[in-house]
Design a protein around this ligand. Structure first.
Ligand code: NAD
Length: 395
């Protein structure tokens, strides 16, 4: 099959197995040795974005054995799998080459069944784990105790929010009106993206007695600046992320006996499948990337997570925490120099001056890369077998 990108709105419905493998390989090559890091790690949401980078830093930086959990689409003879599917295959193959244990379990992380499967896999292969990275981004969650299917809504709170947005495919900047969420929609978003499932994971792992002394767990949040607050931090997603802060304290209390800790890490905005789906964010990312690249402090997913592990999670000095006890890795994005330039551009950015003010090329390139396209060294004209790796991942 000759595989080309097929973009529908903010997702690409095809993925290139060799391109995804090359993307994983480039991330592995970007990581350097990390002393004193994790030795046995579980990553929930391991197949893409920040979760994949976390698994790569744990395995190829620290040499950790890893278990990864994700929810991806298996390929068939006529349809490509999802990018995360191919990323998992490439990750496992690279780990095997280096003699590092890696196992990926594909299915719904919100379910009790997946928690049981992971615990069985830890008992069978690792004995215990010393790190849990919770990096899930999902639009829906079937609650394991009530059976209710919650659907998240990416909406402002209170009032209709009129804002600029970017159509990444056409480069058109326009105004959209975003209707506010109902109370039910806000509650559903907290149920999906809040901290309850993270707590359920840690409780199940404690009960199964598979956590090592000094066990750490980290979950990722985004805070951003005034420009994105109306659709993120002060909106439905922000309410869910506030619930992570609550969950971190509750989890930390449960870990006291192990001398462990639970942290929320505030990360920088990057292009991922999840962030591309949030209105306003692509335009903000375009401006942010231009400004940070010019300032010389831009980081991609793997560089950012490498710094998180090296400085905040496993650094020699205790990390700087904010008033809520969060690790702040978004310091460069939120610096005065970066934000004041973005704020200067925001009111004037338009379709006509987008090329000067924003790094549209950069965000488009990162978007295609997620699906394994536009990567140097990959021959996109040659026939490839989309079913690659079907025997590697345990569905
Ligand atoms: P992503 O879309 O790249 O990855 C999401 C992962 O979750 C994938 O591995 C996917 O398979 C997995 N997943 C989704 N539903 C699942 C389910 N039911 N069961 C098992 N796995 C499932 O997302 P991302 O942008 O890397 O986001 C990860 C975390 O980082 C989120 O908490 C997000 O809020 C946070 N974050 C992202 C950004 C950003 O700019 N992208 C910034 C700060 C924080």
């Amino acid at each position: 099959m000759i595989i080309k990108p097929r973009i529908r709105g903010f997702i690409c419905t095809t993925a290139h197995p060799l391109g995804c493998a090359e993307n994983v390989r480039q991330q592995i090559n970007a990581v350097t040795a990390l002393d004193g890091g994790p030795t046995k790690a579980l990553v929930i949401g391991a197949s893409g974005g920040y979760g994949l980078s976390s698994r790569i830093v744990a395995a190829f930086g620290a040499g950790a054995d890893t278990l990864g959990v994700s929810f991806e689409k298996m390929p068939t003879a006529t349809k490509t799998g999802s990018a995360g599917w191919y990323n998992n295959v490439a990750f496992e193959e690279a780990a095997k080459e280096r003699g590092i244990f890696a196992q990926t379990l594909d299915g719904d992380a919100f379910s009790d069944d997946m928690k049981n499967r992971v615990i069985a896999a830890i008992r069978e292969n690792l004995g215990e784990i010393d790190l849990l990275v919770y990096s899930l981004a999902s639009p829906v969650r079937q609650h394991p105790r009530t059976g209710i299917l919650h659907r998240s809504a990416i909406k402002p709170l209170g009032e209709t929010f009129q804002v600029k947005t970017l159509n990444q495919a056409t480069g058109e900047v326009s105004e959209v009106a975003l209707d506010p969420a109902t109370e039910e929609e806000t509650a559903a978003t907290v149920a999906v993206m809040g901290g309850e499932d993270w707590e359920f994971w840690v409780e199940a792992l404690i009960e199964a007695d598979v956590l090592a002394p000094g066990f750490k767990t980290v979950s990722y949040t985004y805070i951003g600046s005034e420009l994105t607050w109306p659709i993120y931090w002060q909106a439905t997603l922000g309410k869910a992320k506030e619930d992570l802060d609550r969950a971190a304290s509750a989890i930390e209390a449960k870990l006291a006996g192990l001398g462990g800790n639970a942290r929320v890490a505030a990360l920088k905005a990057v292009v991922t499948q999840a962030s591309s789906a949030i209105p306003v964010v692509p335009l903000y990312l375009g401006l942010l990337f231009r400004v940070m690249k010019e300032a010389g402090n831009h980081e991609n997913c793997i560089e950012h997570i490498d710094r998180l592990f090296r400085t905040a999670l496993y650094g020699n000095v205790p990390p700087r925490l904010d008033e809520m006890g969060r690790v702040r890795m978004d310091d460069r994005e939120l610096s005065n120099a970066v934000q004041s330039e973005i704020k200067r551009c925001w009111p004037v950015v338009s379709t006509e001056n987008l090329a000067d003010l924003a790094d549209l090329g950069g965000i488009r390139e990162d978007f295609l890369k997620i699906f394994g396209f536009g990567i140097e060294g990959v021959d996109y004209e040659s026939d490839v077998d989309p079913t690659l790796g079907q025997d590697v991942i345990k569905g």
